[in-house]
Design a protein around this ligand. Structure first.
Ligand code: C2E
Ligand code: CA
Ligand code: CA
Length: 349
């Protein structure tokens, strides 16, 4: 059973309900029509016409029982799931306005010097009823409901303002990396949004980095143009989750990106699987030969760090150094310099 399908069906049903229940005037009197909708799945709920119509009819009566002017799936669990999603969706629409979103920052370390060279900004959503919702859930939902642009705009402005605060506090030339959804990356307005954020916040373009997953690294002319225009602004670009997504080596040749970020998936296996070790070694060498710097993410063990160092990796990120932390906590990390004294080969913490 396809979750996206169920959700799409619920979405269509909800839109029908919304349209039908619009108040209207008939011979001078106001009416608010209502209806109930039953949803059945082919072939799960019935493999032939008669059975599936029967299932839809049963679902329709379930919808009426549940209080009319609503939809119901034949499979009750699906109704609950769809309702839960709609609820989150509704909450998400208000999240920015109600200031429920926040950012945490995870340091990136220079492997050679052991010092902090930048941070990645990661979004958090704390809802009064739902509690903490994982960014994996709410980012993909934001993409689906057309909220990713306002959300990214909020992230960009908040993170860049923060970066300027740190810079003014004496911690300059640190990179602020921000994740951009593939959908948004290819949006024609992204370049002007970035320009506007740079102007508004005063961040130096050379201190702003955008992380974008491999999905957009296909070499269509449109994609290449976005990359070029962004580079013209003087900002840095990174390919996120490198190695797990879809991208051809051919496309790397055309792209002017500064960093390749090797996915945690590889780092997890690097100590136990020789093939993975060779793969990572080759990625580092190839990437560097093509003029990219290499970041490894998700480093949790000193042994992983040491091996990656041996393989010549440039930058490191992971719980070994620090989990993503609030802006205040990050300032403590920076100021007590526990990471930045080059001790990372023996004890990174
Ligand atoms: P990502 O961009 O690959 O970010 C790395 C994720 O790995 C983060 O999870 C981070 O907290 C986690 N991580 C870092 N080091 C370690 C480690 O050593 N061990 C383990 N187990 N995990 C580690 P998080 O914050 O839950 O974010 C998940 C994903 O959600 C991100 O993956 C990114 O794709 C997306 N995301 C988060 N914030 C944003 C945002 O503001 N915009 C967009 N478009 N996507 C975002
Ligand atoms: Ca990232
Ligand atoms: Ca990743």
């Amino acid at each position: 059973n396809n979750v996206v399908d169920d959700y799409a069906a619920a979405n269509v049903a909800q839109r029908c309900l919304d349209l039908i229940s619009k108040p209207l005037e008939l011979v001078g009197r106001k009416f608010t029509p209502s209806c109930s909708i039953g949803v059945a799945h082919f072939p799960d709920d019935g493999a032939d016409l008669q059975t599936i119509i029967k299932a839809a009819d049963t679902a329709l009566y379930a919808a009426k029982d549940l209080g009319k002017n609503r939809y119901s799936f034949y499979n009750k669990a699906l109704t609950e799931k769809a309702e839960y999603r709609f609820k989150i969706e509704q909450y998400l629409r208000e999240a920015i306005e109600k200031q429920q979103l926040s950012l945490v920052y995870q340091p990136k370390i220079d492997m050679k010097t052991g010092s902090i060279v930048g941070v990645e900004a990661l979004s958090r959503w704390n809802h009064p009823i739902l509690g903490q919702v994982s960014p994996v859930v709410f980012i993909s939902m934001a993409e689906q409901i057309g909220m990713i642009k306002p959300l990214t705009e909020w992230v960009l402005k908040t993170a860049c303002k923060q970066s300027v605060v740190w810079s003014n506090a004496g911690y300059s030339s640190m990179l602020m990396a921000i994740n951009i959804s593939p959908i948004h990356f290819l949006d024609s307005e992204l370049v002007s949004l970035i320009k506007q954020v740079i102007l508004e916040t005063g961040i130096k373009p050379s201190e702003l980095e955008l992380e974008v997953t491999e999905g957009v690294v296909q070499t269509t002319q449109d994609n290449l143009t976005v990359f070029e225009h962004l580079k013209e602004l003087g900002i840095l670009l990174a390919i996120d989750d490198f190695g797990v997504g879809y991208s051809s080596f051919a496309s790397l040749k055309h792209l002017n990106v500064d960093y390749l970020k090797i996915d945690k998936y590889f780092i997890d296996d690097i100590l136990v699987d020789n093939k993975t070790k060779h793969l990572v070694g080759s990625m580092i060498e190839m990437g560097q030969n093509l003029g990219h710097k290499i970041v490894a993410e998700g480093i949790e063990k000193v042994e992983q760090l040491n091996l990656l160092k041996e393989l010549g990796c440039d930058n490191a990120q992971g719980y070994l150094f620090s989990k993503p932390v609030s802006a205040e906590q990050f300032l403590v990390l920076l100021s007590n310099d526990s990471i930045t004294q080059g001790k990372s080969d023996t004890n990174a913490l």
